[in-house]
Design a protein around this ligand. Structure first.
Ligand SMILES: [Zn+2]
Length: 218
């Protein structure tokens, strides 16, 4: 057997390892939380949210996903939780789910594909030639959910295209766990970010200065 033949055989053998037998270490919640804090994806203080309400926490997942090492580790954790589902395709809604879908699919390994859905005339669609085969097992991922609206739309899209949704994996469930889907939902972090009106804000009452996240001094 030539060297080339052997290397091709090795690759075939690697691809035949069932993805569910790959060992992925669980990621403890406090370690995930530390990644969000260290990257400033999770800020704690006194904030004016986009809604105008006040809160003592502010979440911006893009901040943690800008570090591929963190994105990779968080993607592995979601992959681990769906390892037994025989996932064939991972789909995230653009923009929040794009990077995450890539990392989760990579961690699941084998021939798992990574796609993203995006809006076309206001409706979620698969564009760019992306496709689903009838019956393909699909995992939907998203960085953060508040009402779960985008994820619900992607779930419906997958159904319309003949795919079989097997789960929803999110990095942060901001609903405190209240949002549910017709399939199993897994969240790396579950937060209940409480937003107050200015009149009822306890941090205003304490006289703490307020910050508008993302704003830069001019
Ligand atoms: Zn306040």
């Amino acid at each position: 057997m030539s060297t080339q033949d052997r290397s091709e055989k090795d690759i075939t053998l690697i691809n035949q390892v069932p993805p569910e037998n790959r060992l992925i270490e669980p990621l403890p919640e406090e370690k995930a939380l530390a990644m969000f804090r260290q990257s400033q994806a999770l800020l704690e203080g006194h904030f004016r949210l986009t809604s105008g309400r006040h809160s003592n926490q502010y979440m911006q997942c893009a901040q943690v996903l800008q570090y591929p090492a963190y994105a990779s580790r968080l993607g592995q954790e979601l992959a681990r939780r769906f390892q037994k589902e025989d996932v064939q395709v991972v789909i995230g809604p653009a923009m929040g789910g794009v990077v995450l879908a890539q990392e989760v699919a990579r961690a699941l390994g084998g021939s798992v594909r990574s796609l993203f859905a995006e809006r076309e005339n206001g409706r979620m669609a698969l564009r760019r030639g992306f496709w689903l085969q009838p019956g393909e097992k699909v995992l939907i991922v998203e960085d953060v959910i508040t009402t779960g609206g985008s994820v619900q739309e992607v779930l419906e899209l997958v159904g319309q295209l003949g795919g079989k949704p097997v789960g929803v994996g999110v990095l942060v469930d901001r609903s405190g766990g209240k949002v549910q889907f017709p399939v199993r939902k897994e969240a790396v972090l579950t937060l209940d970010i409480i937003a107050y009106t200015e009149e009822t804000c306890p941090y205003c009452a304490q006289g703490l200065p307020i910050v508008k996240p993302g704003s830069r001094p001019v």
